[in-house]
Design a protein around this ligand. Sequence first.
Ligand code: AMP
Length: 218
Amino acid sequence: MSLNLILLGLPGAGKGTQAQYIVDKYPIPHISTGDMFREAMANKTPMGLKAKEFIDKGDLVPDDVTNGIVKDRLGNADTKDGFLLDGYPRTLEQANALAEMTDVLNKPLNAVINIDVDPNLLTERLSSRFICRNCGATYNKLYHMPKVEDTCDVCGHHEFYQRDDDKPEAVKNRLDVNIKMNTPLIAYYKERNLLYNVDGNNSIDDVWQQIDSILSSL
Ligand code: AMP
C-alpha cells in the first residue's frame, strides 16, 4: 500500500523534524513547499524571486504558483510508494487543487496528521530557530543546539543564519496568517475522515511515538 500523507501544523510545530523521522522509516519523499521556495530563492529563479516578495513579509505565496510547483512535484517517479506533504495545502483552494491532483494521479490521501501546539509556545520556538547555511539543517536555541559549538551536526560547517521570516517582526504576522488558514483546513479533512490529531506540546520523541503508531495502524 502506498502512503500518501499530509503533515499539518502551524509554523514551528515541528513538522520538519517529524517529517525527517517519517521519511527515515518509510520510502517516500518529503515534499516541503517552504523548502522548495527557499531553494528557488537561493537559485534566484524567476519563481523564487516572485515568491520572495511574499515570503519575506510572512505572507503566503499566491495559490496558482504554489499549486503549480506541487503538481509538478507529485508527478515525479519517486512518489510511487507515496509522499509526505509538509506546508501544503495551507488554504482551502489549495486543498481542493490537491484533491484534483490526487484524483488525476490516482494517489488518494491516506492520512492527514495535524501536530497541535499552543500558539504561545510557537512564537518563542520560531524566533529561536537557526539554520546551517551549508546544508539547511535546523537548530533551536531553546532545545536543539549543535552537539559541538558552532558546528553543524550534519555537515560540519560553521556558518548559521536565521530565516528572514523567523525574525520577530515577521513571526507574528506569519502565525496570525497561518492560524486563520489552519482552522478551515482541519475541518475540511475531518469531514473527509482523514484527520489524525497529535499533541505537539511535548518532546520530539513523544510526538514521534504518536505519529508512528498512527502510521503503523494505516
Ligand atoms: P514554511 O517553511 O512552510 O514555513 O514556508 C515558508 C514560507 O513559504 C511561508 O511563510 C509562505 O510564505 C511560503 N509558503 C510555503 N508553503 C506555502 C503554501 N502552501 N502556500 C503559500 N505559501 C507557502
